[in-house]
Design a protein around this ligand. Structure first.
Ligand SMILES: [Zn+2]
Length: 143
């Protein structure tokens, strides 16, 4: 996933594939995407499994990510690793997306960057901790 949309070409998969066919695509990208004030996405890796269905391509994502973040207790910067699993359907030969569905575009590509960023953003904790036992700045946190 680069800053620009991150697309997978599915032309051959559609041309040669039959319903039920599957294809694995490996992902490994170094990144520098500011997700919010405290989180910078540095790397994603993993796999997208495509399955050809009658009217759509089902994409199942299993993605590990590394995010630079700031500990909510000690305010130290650290690198947090996370994992997201999710799926998206990409409609074939359609121009208008349905609810919850994306499209195979006219160049026979599917855009995976945006859904991946959506899911990673949802996965980021409100109060990340550098360590579960982090004592923080104060020995007596107010909670
Ligand atoms: Zn900490």
């Amino acid at each position: 996933m680069k800053q620009e949309p991150y697309k997978i070409d599915v032309k051959d998969f559609l041309a040669k594939g039959r319903v039920g066919d599957r294809s694995d695509i490996e992902i490994n990208e170094k990144l520098n995407i500011q997700l919010d004030e405290e989180n910078v996405l540095r790397e994603i890796s993993g796999k997208v499994t495509l399955t050809l269905l009658e009217t759509e391509i089902l994409a199942e994502f299993g993605i590990n990510y590394f995010c630079e973040t700031i500990c909510a207790r000690c305010l130290k910067e650290f690198e947090r690793q996370g994992k997201v699993k999710f799926e998206r359907g990409y409609l074939i030969g359609r121009r208008i997306p349905e609810e919850d569905k994306l499209l195979v575009d006219k160049n026979f590509q599917i855009e995976i960057g945006k859904p991946a960023l959506e899911e990673i953003t949802l996965d980021i904790p409100m109060k990340p901790l550098c360590d579960k036992s982090c004592k923080g700045l104060s020995p007596n946190p107010k909670h």
